[in-house]
Design a protein around this ligand. Structure first.
Ligand SMILES: Nc1ncnc2c1ncn2[C@@H]1O[C@H](COP(=O)(O)OP(=O)(O)OP(=O)(O)O)[C@@H](O)[C@H]1O
Ligand SMILES: [Mg+2]
Length: 360
């Protein structure tokens, strides 16, 4: 990682008796795009607000560029901020909104005019400076908010669900725009979303929040291929879970005994005899005619639903008379034409393609 620009060390936030943020420790590298991902109420916004200086800290320490953040009031932190709702000043023009942070910093008029022009061009609104916010679409307003947050070249840009109010198409378009701006400006971004797809697409690293704590932090592919907990495996992408007990553990693999004996990758922290769960992604499952399937792991079941998705199909299979498993099969896979609802099939997968996790 690049040298850290922002560090959080055991940061806490307590409201009365309720712990909203619990010992959060992380550092963000200069130029990095780090995303906080987690369910509603998991402490993402509260953490961001403490970084911004809009919320006091109950414990722990934060530094920006190596200096303690605590003594600095929000307006001296040199941090840009974009919220879910545009929060533009309605009585000011677009250019007026974008100029505001520069006027606060007392730049001279010519300099301000140039910076405003440049940044509006950058966000694709070069001719919109004289309009008022209400004369813009939601996506355009959000770009103005982005321009206003970037124009003073903050050391850090915080964005809290900035695309939450936009429809899916516009959201996807803006994701690309924000990634491009991040890349071109070399700015450090701390981004918040509860949309896992958005987090996977945009981030260098993702911190997964759960009940005020970081469950895991890593690159999108790390989290997807190597979830450390059941929560992460469930929250990022889709996973099948099969419960059992650990009966063996060696060389990075564990054996799990439930209705069958299964084998999957495992970290060193599983003890023999403990309750555990195997997580396997739908796209890692092979659907075979009954009794076929050469992989290390195999379960038998009955197809209960087939969902057509265009480029792929989902087979929902009831195994062991209770668990439902989902297999995602690409459209170009042949040999399953005769499989219909009610067919007996087997699902098989490689040990390397599954992970045994503590069942907590
Ligand atoms: N001012 C406050 N007083 C009391 N409790 C608060 C306050 N602000 C937040 N909380 C609580 O702290 C917890 C974390 O809230 P936070 O806004 O950080 O969640 P979040 O992860 O941003 O959720 P969302 O995805 O819904 O925005 C929640 O349970 C919330 O109710
Ligand atoms: Mg929030």
């Amino acid at each position: 990682m690049a040298e850290p620009i922002l560090t959080l060390e055991a940061v806490r936030k307590v409201f009365g008796k309720f712990v909203a943020v619990d010992d959060v420790t992380l550092s963000i590298g200069r130029g990095e795009f780090l995303t906080f991902l987690g369910p509603s109420g998991s402490g993402k916004t509260t953490t961001l607000m403490m970084v911004a200086g809009f919320q006091s800290v109950s414990g722990g320490a934060m530094t920006l560029d190596g200096k303690p953040l605590d003594p600095l009031p929000a307006y001296k932190r040199d941090i840009g901020m974009v919220f879910q709702h545009y929060a533009l000043f309605p009585h000011m023009t677009v250019a007026g909104n974008v100029a505001f942070p520069l006027e606060m910093r007392k730049l001279d008029k010519a300099q301000i005019a140039k910076k405003v022009r440049d940044v509006l061009a950058l966000v694709g609104l070069p001719d919109h400076g004289e309009r008022y916010p209400k004369q813009l679409s939601g996506g355009q307003q959000q770009r103005v908010a982005l321009a206003r947050a970037m124009v003073f070249e903050p050391r850090l840009l915080l964005m809290d669900e900035p695309l939450g109010a936009l429809d899916k198409k516009l959201r996807e378009h803006m994701q690309i725009e924000i990634m491009r701006l991040h890349r071109d400006m070399g700015i450090t971004v701390l981004y918040v979303t509860h949309d896992q797809e958005e987090a996977l697409v945009m981030s260098d690293r993702i911190a997964v929040f759960n009940e005020g704590r970081i469950e895991q932090i890593g690159a999108p592919s790390d989290l997807y291929d190597n979830p450390a907990t059941r929560f992460v495996a469930d929250f990022i992408g889709e996973s099948n879970f099969i419960e059992g007990r650990v009966t063996g553990h060696n060389n990075g693999f564990a054996e799990l005994e439930g209705a069958q004996t299964l084998r999957g990758r495992a970290e060193g922290n599983l003890s023999i005899g403990s309750a555990a769960v195997m997580a396997v992604r739908p796209e890692r499952l092979h659907v075979n005619r009954a009794n076929d399937g050469a992989d290390a792991n195999r379960v038998e079941g009955t197809v209960t639903d087939i969902v057509y998705l265009g480029q792929s199909r989902k087979f929902i299979v009831r195994v062991n008379d209770q668990t439902e498993m989902t297999a995602l099969v690409q459209a170009n896979v042949v040999g399953l034409e005769s499989v219909t609802v009610g067919s007996s099939v087997s699902l098989s997968w490689r040990a390397e393609d599954s992970k045994v996790l503590g069942n907590t």
